[in-house]
Design a protein around this ligand. Structure first.
Ligand SMILES: [Zn+2]
Length: 111
């Protein structure tokens, strides 16, 4: 991966890391149990439960994504082979790296 692409990848990844670090506490906030003295009806309580399971999934995804991006940024700094396919040694396109920062294979070799 050339210097320019590496820099571009890091800039984009760090930007997304920043967004995720703000999003995760917001999601956690929504997972707080609703106090029973909050006068909400049975229906809205059900809504809350359904909502919370959606939020839980989002939170899990956001955490995984954050870890993978952080790891990729570390590798982009330390590993001279970062961004090169482990199988064929060809550069992995930036768009693919952004979509799957944990990937070590180009599209062809991944298939
Ligand atoms: Zn390959």
């Amino acid at each position: 991966m050339d210097k320019h692409t590496r820099k571009e990848f890091k800039a984009r990844a760090l930007n997304e890391i920043e967004n995720l670090r703000q999003e995760i506490p917001r999601l956690k906030e929504q997972l707080k149990p609703v106090a029973p003295d909050n006068a909400i009806g049975r229906l809205s309580r059900m809504d809350t439960i359904v909502n919370q399971s959606v939020v839980e999934v989002q939170l899990g995804k956001a955490r995984t994504r954050l870890l993978r991006l952080e790891e990729a940024v570390r590798r982009a700094e330390d590993d001279p082979d970062f961004g090169l396919c482990e199988d064929c040694g060809e550069p992995i396109p930036l768009a693919r790296l952004m979509a799957m920062p944990e990937t070590a294979l180009c599209v062809h070799c991944a298939e």
